[in-house]
Ligand binder design. Sequence first.
Ligand SMILES: Cc1ncc(COP(=O)(O)O)c(C=O)c1O
Length: 305
Amino acid sequence: MYNFLPIAYFQDKFVPFAEAKVSIATHALHYGTGAFGGMRGIPDPQDPTKILLFRLDRHCQRLSQSAKFLHYNLPPEKIKEAIVEFVKKNQPNTSFYIRPFIFTSDLGIAPRLHNIERSFAIYGIELGDYLSPQGVSCRISSWRRQEDASFPLRGKISGAYITSSLAKTEAFESGFDEAILMNSQGKVSEASGMNVFIVRNGRIITPGFDQDILEGITRDSILTIAQDMGIPIQERAVDKSELFIADEVFLSGTAAKIVPVTRIENYYLPESRPITEKLREKLTAITENREPNYRDWISSISILS
Ligand SMILES: Cc1ncc(COP(=O)(O)O)c(C=O)c1O
């Protein structure tokens, strides 16, 4: 069960969450023609009258880019303005997750993106840990990640999540916590809603943008942090067998943050994970605004009325 934040943004207005409802004939429900974002916020540990959002501008930019695939011109500034107002109206007092999304809100049939009504909406939930911070076991999915030739993978498009859902449930039903999907070339792509990193010989390695991944914002943050910490990074194709012999494997995402992988199929990974832990501590400090060098990644919003 989720605790929803009390106010939603819907049809250009702020309304009680329970009143933000759509018809069963909504086009996007049938065709997956939506796109969404997801970002985390926390009350500032130093000043609870302020809310800290992590990489707000980058999230707004990605959603605006996703909107282009739905033929919807939604500037990042408009998304940002609505999110800031959303936070002020809700005054959250615990860690939360914001879900801004756009969808074809027309009623009626025929998959298309022209001559159609679209909507932009936002809601939020209270959110602690999405996956166990102690670590997760992963199955290699029998489902492959889509390829960009048939799906706009640079967007966070709703329809894509059928593959994530199949993979996650397949993993769950066979006793694992999470799924790692290969791409159509048989190389490692990503998890159901996270990017994948491995550590080998002190170097962190993650599949590049040419491996059919979502351009994760946490992934981007980790690569920057690692470089700043002097940890060598490599963005390249990763083979499945490298997962099994890696020194460390972790997943990254807004909801999951950084989560260690304890086991992949029947291969158990080492219990000592010095690089994962270092990165995790740093990322937490940054999101709590304790790292002056990364202040430009944090938007601080006053909720005093
Ligand atoms: C399929 C997929 N890959 C990767 C990610 C990680 O992206 P981010 O770090 O921007 O949350 C997500 C989550 O948004 C996702 O849904």
